[in-house]
Design a protein around this ligand. Structure first.
Ligand code: AGP
Length: 592
């Protein structure tokens, strides 16, 4: 969590903080409870505050803050509440060193106590503040800036992506362990950030930093030594690492939509189309994954939140084929013991989720083969997998996963068909199902408007509709702050129905017509519930209904996914919450 950006320019006049704020805005899905910028020119200046990036540009004249080197940070608080003091960047005693950090430092208390004994004065409650003081301390003992930075990195334990500026040179020092860092190479300005979309309008040329690497960035091109990277003391050949990505800059902007979430739902048909063509173009990798999955005794499908729901749906598809597939909530990974006969499918939009990485680490150590499905090329999860598959949904900025979920489901349908040796050419039309379904978004919005008046709701489903009901409940909860829960419809009679009184909203997700939902509708109606349904091909006779026609029933989850997202989105808009930045959440969860 937290988004960090570093910018270093050759321009004589430097860059203004406006550019850092703009990059931070595109990073703020990673955390948005405080924000700050440090600029290094003749002096080191730091401006920071509690609040969101937009509040920062209102409060400060960002055009008048200028430097040749700039650091920026948008925070998701871990150590210390969101306050002006706890906001990053943090500085040393002499205001010569500024640091931004994403991660947590486990041994910060011991280090802080030692530094305080040596006379260092702290202004915040954060773990991060020890970093500039440690650098200062090592410099005081005679080390040059890079050596002091490396000594600091060696002293800390935990997870981190760190950027530091030190008066005396125009470099950004960086270090990475677990949390992401990627460099963007521009013409006269270079960037280093938690994620590619932040600098996407300026460059598509990137260098991904790996775990346990340290180095520094200047404004020069890598060919002229602008990027220096070391791994455990060994210099890395940077030119071999340079990649060009094919994301377009527009995909990281709202393009006239009120929220990223709405725009991203509307992009789903394109995302699904590109995902399917991307996988078909990479069919050798897909078939490698299929072989591993088919040869396994068990398949553990690991994911968190929305990605878990996609995995749950896939596990049901496989179980129905007699395949031993186990859906695993990533954070509960320690409950499972695997062996060399098992394989793991790790699903993660961001490719960074720490719980998924911890699960992968354990299962890999036990000898299982790892396949991953992520939306971010060269992500940590992809790089640690035996086979890496990708959705091609494009960058997703809204905290709520939308087009990436629909694209995950499309990818998993392709894998399922490939496992069954079934012709998967039907998936070439998958995006049309999504498109047709979106033509009913007015109806889903109307459901959302009614739901916005409620404090509680149930989503019920059976079979493959259950993961979709769970996803709907998660979406409504996370962005509209309505308490919503999902249950297998039959299970609702074993407890949850006790809460159903006159007018209690129950939304049925009805993708497979013959599983017996009809009875559950009657049970809910008999208790005064207001019943809704999103049904495929056959009516459920609820009070309100969206009926979607889908010719190829295998594709039905792709018709339901965008409508549950629209429903949740509309509830949030009516309630006046910010669906792109729901409270307490961050898009990329890199803490346990
Ligand atoms: C989705 O709307 C959520 N914000 C969240 O549950 C998310 O799906 C989860 O954190 C997993 O993220 P990942 O796919 O990047 O691993």
């Amino acid at each position: 969590m937290c988004g960090i950006i570093g910018i270093v320019t050759k321009r004589r006049e430097g860059q203004t903080a406006e550019i850092a704020v703009e990059c931070l805005d595109r990073l703020s899905y990673r955390g948005y409870d405080s924000v700050g910028v440090a600029t290094l020119g003749d002096n080191l200046e730091v401006v920071k505050m509690k609040g969101k990036v937009e509040d920062f540009s209102h409060k400060f004249d960002v055009n008048s803050i200028r430097g040749k080197v700039i650091l920026g940070h948008t925070r998701w608080a871990t150590h210390g509440p969101p306050t002006d003091y706890n906001a990053h960047p943090h500085t040393d005693c002499s205001n010569s060193i500024a640091v931004v950090h994403n991660g947590t430092i486990e041994n910060f208390r011991e280090l802080k106590a030692e530094l305080e004994m040596l006379g260092h004065k702290f202004k915040s409650q954060t773990d991060t503040e020890i970093i500039p003081h440690l650098i200062e301390e090592f410099k005081r003992r005679g080390m040059d800036s890079f050596s002091a930075f490396k000594a600091t990195v060696n002293a800390i334990e935990g997870t981190y992506a760190i950027l530091a500026v030190i008066r005396g040179d125009n470099r950004i020092y960086f270090a990475k362990k677990y949390n992401p860092l990627v460099i963007g190479i521009g013409e006269d300005t270079n960037y280093i950030s938690s994620d590619i979309p932040s600098f996407l309008p300026y460059t598509k040329t990137i260098v991904v930093i790996s775990d346990d690497e340290v180095g520094y960035l200047t404004a020069d091109s890598p060919l002229n030594g602008g990027v220096y990277i070391e791994h455990k003391g060994e210099k890395i050949e940077v030119n071999d690492r340079i990649k060009i990505i094919n994301w377009d800059a527009e995909s990281a902007s709202k393009e006239g939509y009120r929220h990223f979430m709405e725009k991203e739902i509307m992009e789903s048909p394109r995302s699904v189309k590109e995902t399917i063509s991307g996988l078909l173009a990479d069919i050798d990798e897909v078939m490698k994954a299929v072989k591993i999955l088919k040869d396994s005794r068990r398949i553990l499908i690991v994911g968190a939140g929305t990605s878990y729901h996609a995995g749950l749906l896939f596990s049901i598809l496989l179980q129905r084929e007699g395949i031993n597939a186990i859906p695993v909530i990533a954070s509960e990974y320690y409950n499972y013991r695997t062996s060399t006969d098992d394989s793991i499918l790790a699903i993660s939009q961001s490719g960074e989720t720490l719980d998924v990485r911890l699960a992968m680490g354990k299962f890999k150590a036990e000898g299982s083969k790892i396949i991953s499905l992520t939306n971010v090329i060269y992500s940590e999860i992809s790089r640690q997998s035996d086979v890496s598959l990708y959705t091609s949904a494009g960058p997703e900025i809204g905290v709520a996963a939308t087009k990436t979920f629909t694209s995950q489901v499309a990818s998993l349908l392709l894998l399922w068909s490939a496992i069954k040796d079934e012709d998967f050419s039907y998936l070439r039309n998958a995006h049309i199902v999504v498109e047709d379904s979106l033509s009913l978004s007015g109806k889903a919005s109307a459901f959302g408007e009614e739901l916005a008046k409620q404090s509680n709701a149930y989503f019920l489903g059976r079979g493959l509709s259950l993961p979709l009901a769970m996803e709907a409940a998660l979406k409504v909860k996370e962005i509209a702050y309505i308490h919503s829960e999902a249950y297998p419809a039959g299970e609702s009679k074993h407890g949850p129905i006790a809460l159903v009184t006159q007018g209690f909203p129950v939304i049925f997700i009805n993708g497979e017509e013959d599983l017996g939902l009809q009875d559950n509708v009657q049970e809910m109606k008999a208790r005064g519930s207001k019943t809704y349904s999103i049904s495929i091909n056959k009516s459920l006779n609820t009070d309100r209904e969206i009926l979607i026609k889908v010719n190829d029933k295998r594709l039905f989850p792709l018709a339901i996914a965008p409508l549950i997202q629209i429903l949740a989105y509309r509830s949030a808009v009516i309630k006046g919450t910010d669906p792109d930045k729901p409270r307490n959440l961050a898009k990329t969860v890199t803490v346990r």
